[in-house]
Design a protein around this ligand. Structure first.
Ligand SMILES: [Fe+2]
Length: 232
């Protein structure tokens, strides 16, 4: 069995996810979306079930380091000072350390958590890795995280326009080769254009009540069971 699954009981993952959502003022719908985008992309890339399982856990926990960042900075309504942003930039390393402390040793999981804010052109953080120095899992996830951020309700952006997804896709395309690995953008845009993300975008948006995230991937009574494929 996969090492990650051995060391991380579902209750522990759920507790961590709730803590991240509370700290980051994000929603269960946000967690579901990044997990389901990750799963869809991993399936499209032809990864095996073990890898998909590990990467979906990593997606759910990508911001776990935010638990260690003060709420008054994370939840500050106005613009962050440079110093405050420097503190927020510690979250990938803090999250990586937290996972290592818990006994997680899956490289893809640790890489995704530590490097999800790196940029293809080397101007990201925490290490400023560039191009192929950036682990593949993190190159893919940064595209997912960016798309979700651009299509999410946030305290400073309470309403999302109908064209938000199209605008986010255009933004990903515009930053292909600078912020993002071109192949990751192409793969994600292909999923979007072929309608494979429609279900997630429609059913897990922030205006709907969504069951708390569960690693068993069962959104709950009255909702479809997701057991390998997303069903209508
Ligand atoms: Fe992050």
């Amino acid at each position: 069995m996969h090492r990650l699954i051995c060391v991380m009981k579902p209750e522990i993952v759920h507790d961590l996810v709730r803590s991240i959502e509370a700290k980051d003022l994000s929603t269960a719908a946000h967690t579901w979306r990044v997990v389901l985008y990750t799963r869809a992309l991993a399936e499209a890339m032809g990864l095996g079930q073990d890898e998909i399982h590990a990467l979906t856990h990593a997606a759910a926990l990508h911001d776990v380091g935010k638990i260690d960042i003060p709420s008054k900075i994370l939840q500050k309504p106005g613009r962050l000072t440079d110093e405050e942003f420097e503190v927020i930039k510690l979250h990938p390393v803090a999250g990586h350390a937290r996972m290592v402390d818990m006994g997680v040793d899956d490289e893809a999981v640790l890489d995704l958590i530590r490097h999800h804010h790196e940029r293809w052109d080397g101007r990201g953080y925490p290490m400023g890795l560039k191009g192929e120095e950036i682990p593949v899992a993190a190159r893919f996830f940064s595209v997912i995280d960016a798309f979700d951020a651009m299509t999410s309700v946030r305290p400073y952006r309470p309403v999302i326009g109908e064209d938000a997804a199209e605008m986010a896709i255009a933004e990903l395309e515009a930053n292909k080769g600078t912020m993002y690995w071109p192949e990751a953008v192409d793969a994600f845009v292909d999923l979007y254009r072929t309608g494979k993300l429609d279900y997630v975008i429609e059913h897990f948006n922030d205006s709907k009540q969504v069951q708390p995230f569960s690693v068993e991937l069962k959104p709950g009574a009255g909702r479809p069971v997701i057991d390998g494929t997303i069903r209508d």
